[in-house]
Design a protein around this ligand. Structure first.
Ligand SMILES: C[S@@+](CC[C@H](N)C(=O)[O-])C[C@H]1O[C@@H](n2cnc3c(N)ncnc32)[C@H](O)[C@@H]1O
Length: 284
C-alpha cells in the first residue's frame, strides 16, 4: 500500500468510528475482569470498566455478620472495581419476587456507564428509581452528585418476602457503607401522593420496565419528578413485556425527546449482553 493511501485510511477510520457511534450497529463497551486480562486493557481512557474483585460471606463495612438480615437470610458481599471506584454491596440470595435482592446485569451496566458521562451526574441532584441494591446510586455519589435520593418500595411486614424495614436497611447499609451522600426513601410508583425531600434534576434507573401494569405508574412518576434528564437501562436479551407499551406511552409525551441506543456489555460473569440505553430529555 502506498504511503498516501495508508495516510488517507489512517485519517478516515477514526472519523468514521466516531460518526458511527449512533448508527444501528450496537456500540460495544468493553468491560473486563482482572482474572481474565484482555488486550483491551490498552483501550483509550474514555473507556470505562468494571471487574468483580471478590465475593465473600463477610464484610466489616456493611451491617454486621450477626445483624437481623445476616441472621435470617444468606448474604453475599460483592466487591467491585468500577472505573477505579472500589465498592462493596451486600446482597441477600433468596428470591423476593419484584424486590431487587441481588444485582441485576443492567444495574452493573448502568453503574459502569455513568463514569462515561460524569457531567450528567456531577453537582446534580440525582434520584434512582427501583434501586434494588442501589449500585448506580453509590456510583452517582462517587462521581460527585450533590445529593442522591435512593428509592424503591417496601410494604407491610413480609408482603414481599422480606420485611420492608429490612429491605430498607439493606439499601441504607449499602449506600452508607460506601460513603453515599443522600437519602434512602420509599417511592412506590403507584402512590401519587408522595412528596420528595428535594427536587432532583436527573433520574436514573435500571431494569424497571417489565410488568405492563407498572408502565403508566412509572411514566407518571417520572413526569411528577420533572427532572431535566432521565437515563434508563434495560436488558434486551431478556423478555421485557412492558417495553413496547413504555415506548408507545413515552412517544405521546409532547415535551419529551427520547434517544435510544443499543450497547453491548462484556462482563466476565454474565458474558456478552445487549442493553438498551434510554435517554429522555425535556424539549427546550
Ligand atoms: C428487576 S429489579 C431491578 C433492581 C435494580 N434496579 C437492578 O437493576 O439491580 C426491579 C426493581 O424495581 C422495583 N419496583 C418494582 N415495582 C415498583 C414500584 N411500584 N415502585 C417502586 N419500585 C418498584 C423493585 O422493587 C426492584 O427493585
Amino acid at each position: 500500500m502506498s504511503f498516501v493511501r495508508f495516510l488517507l485510511l489512517a485519517l478516515f477510520i477514526p472519523t468514521y468510528n466516531s460518526l458511527s457511534s449512533r448508527s444501528s450497529t450496537p456500540r460495544r463497551l468493553n468491560f473486563f475482569s482482572l482474572t481474565s486480562p484482555s488486550p483491551l486493557l490498552s483501550t483509550p481512557s474514555t473507556e470505562t470498566y468494571f471487574h468483580e474483585l471478590s465475593s465473600t460471606t463477610f464484610s466489616s463495612s456493611i451491617g454486621s455478620p450477626t445483624d437481623a438480615i445476616s441472621s435470617l437470610y444468606p448474604c453475599t458481599y460483592r466487591t467491585f472495581n468500577i472505573s477505579s471506584h472500589i465498592l462493596t454491596v451486600r446482597q441477600t440470595t433468596h428470591s423476593l419476587g419484584k424486590l431487587g435482592s441481588s444485582i441485576w446485569s443492567s444495574s452493573l451496566s448502568l453503574s459502569s456507564y455513568l463514569p462515561l458521562e460524569p457531567s450528567l451526574i456531577k453537582n446534580k441532584k440525582v434520584i434512582e428509581l427501583g434501586c434494588g441494591l442501589g449500585l448506580p446510586s453509590i456510583i452517582a455519589s462517587k462521581l460527585g452528585a450533590d445529593m442522591v435520593l435512593v428509592t424503591d418500595f417496601w410494604g407491610e411486614e413480609g408482603d414481599r418476602g422480606m420485611p420492608g424495614g429490612m429491605f430498607r436497611e439493606c439499601i441504607e447499609g449499602n449506600f452508607r457503607g460506601n460513603g453515599g451522600k443522600g437519602e434512602v426513601f420509599m417511592l412506590d410508583w403507584h402512590d401519587e401522593s408522595v412528596t420528595l425531600p428535594f427536587q432532583p434534576t436527573v433520574v436514573i434507573g435500571s431494569d424497571l420496565i417489565y410488568y405492563p401494569s407498572d408502565i403508566i405508574p412509572l411514566i407518571e412518576t417520572i413526569k411528577r419528578i420533572d427532572a431535566a434528564e432521565v437515563l434508563l437501562f434495560l436488558p434486551l436479551s431478556k423478555r421485557r413485556e412492558g417495553l413496547e407499551e413504555f415506548r408507545r406511552k413515552v412517544k405521546e409525551e409532547n415535551t419529551w425527546l427520547v434517544d435510544e441506543e443499543e450497547l453491548v456489555f462484556n462482563t466476565h460473569r454474565i458474558g456478552r449482553e445487549r442493553m438498551l440505553k434510554l435517554m429522555i430529555t425535556q424539549k427546550k
